[in-house]
Design a binder for this molecule. Sequence first.
Ligand code: ATP
Ligand code: MG
Length: 429
Amino acid sequence: MSKSLQAIRGMNDILPEQTPLWRYFEGTVARLLDNYGYRQIRMPIVEFTELFKRSIGEVTDIVEKEMYTFDDRNGDSLTLRPEGTAACVRAVLEHGITGGGQVQKLWYIGPMFRHERPQKGRYRQFHQIGLEVFNLDGPDIDAELIVMTWRLWGELGLRDAVKLELNSLGTSESRGRYREALVEFLSAHLDKLDEDSQRRLKTNPLRVLDTKNAETQAVLVDAPKMADYLDDESRAHFEGLKARLDAVGIPYVINPKLVRGLDYYSKTVFEWVTDKLGAQGTVCAGGRYDGLVEQMGGKPTPGVGFAMGIERLVLMLEALDKVPEELSRQVDVYLCAFGEAAELAALSLSERIRDQLPNLRLQINAGAGSFKSQFKKADKSGALYALILGDDELAQQVVGFKPLRGQGEQQSIAWDALAAHLATCVVQG
Ligand code: ATP
Ligand code: MG
């Protein structure tokens, strides 16, 4: 195929074989968020480039090298959103829905775009479910976010495969003091730092903690620790969070090097990580960002949120064999009809059945065909039962009812009794 007719590298089709698992995952999360009182918000996929520069920070991987940025026909610089928080903050400010301390508990789902090196679990178009809470500044809400994800892992059967890493970056004051101490320490070891870290030391020193370079990591062993720089407020917040996680029995490890890639975090940061996906191990990440709304031109407004990567979680469900059995079957009943008169009767019968059983997954044969070919299609559809409507059945106002999986003889069922019969033998998902 010519290059122009292929999908862009790192941007994937999600084929019909995969969509049931995606919908199962997305549906499970959506139901959970509904139950905890979160409301969905939908933002555009494209925003002014300036929005991401201002919120995410100029010296982050995302803004420095991962954004899909282009000029539109008016000459405005636009960017395909690389994450959801910036647009969500823009939206709440634009609509004034966090004004006067109004609490908002919002969630969103959709594609995000980053020009990264595509590999398993890392793509250029990927999908996130994220949530943001505004105007709640206590550790109780930070805990709720984590408790909710813990419940999600439970529902999905993933609890044993994920680990919670936690850290506190403190208030901006304590982070500022820590940054100074870190810069002083690292400057004294400048020659041992890798090139990236030397650069970050000037632009975003906390990010040096995040390095993958072994020599720099060795230097960091003796670096000052954020925990020693937390002020009372930050410390109390962190303790409050830990006490709540302990109360629910959620295990965690404190990772003092966890700083997150974006500039805007403060106090709580956390990641759910797994060793089941190779290098792309973070499936959900978030934290508190009390300074962000103000930084973006709003009144001081505490915020906290997280985002999870749908591709990585879908990969995990597959890798751990946690795909629910019933997802493999898309059709409950397949209706075969033979001859023109029977086809007409089959159509109106099937519509009556759909009225009575709105959740029944009933597929009606299209394209006519011999007895043998329709039966083959019925079997291939995965249906549990075939319904058969030919001239004889038409004359008697019955259908043949034939189990396709396992035992059971074909029987005749009157049209009027069909819905009741199907209701007893088809488990409706
Ligand atoms: P990573 O360290 O893996 O690059 P990140 O810190 O850049 O992740 P976030 O911006 O916190 O990621 O996004 C939240 C979640 O979205 C990640 O934990 C991950 O599950 C998912 N995610 C991020 N980037 C990608 C990507 N390029 N492809 C697939 N999923 C991604
Ligand atoms: Mg990244």
